[in-house]
Design a protein around this ligand. Structure first.
Ligand code: FES
Length: 106
């Protein structure tokens, strides 16, 4: 079971176990960690699952698709490393992934 490290905006860090194929958004929401809303349920149509992938991991993820890239324009304070966590699917390759949550989603 892959795990990920989720760091809240205030620096509070959590290590979470995720199911294979589960989205990072779902893993964080199911763990009740504040900072991710996931309003559209993972349909890539709300941008309230925006987060920053740690620099050490960004090149290890599949690139964002065109729909995700378009929705990222709706995210609050996007920057290099911004991704929609509903579009990142956990796998053994991503075991130990580090995700930093933004200050706000709306
Ligand atoms: S949950 Fe809505 S875009 Fe990710």
């Amino acid at each position: 079971m892959p795990s990920l490290i989720c760091i809240e905006h205030d620096g509070t860090a959590h290590r979470l176990d995720a199911q294979m194929g589960q989205s990072v958004m779902r893993a964080i929401v199911d763990a009740a960690i504040p900072g991710i809303i996931g309003d559209c349920g993972g349909a890539c149509s709300c941008a309230t699952c925006h987060a920053y992938v740690d620099d050490a991991w960004i090149d290890r993820l599949p690139s964002a698709g065109s729909t995700e890239q378009g929705m990222l324009e709706c995210a609050i304070e996007p920057r290099p490393g911004s991704r929609l966590t509903c579009q990142i699917e956990m796998s053994t390759d991503l075991d130990g992934l580090v995700i930093r949550l933004p200050a706000s989603q709306i």
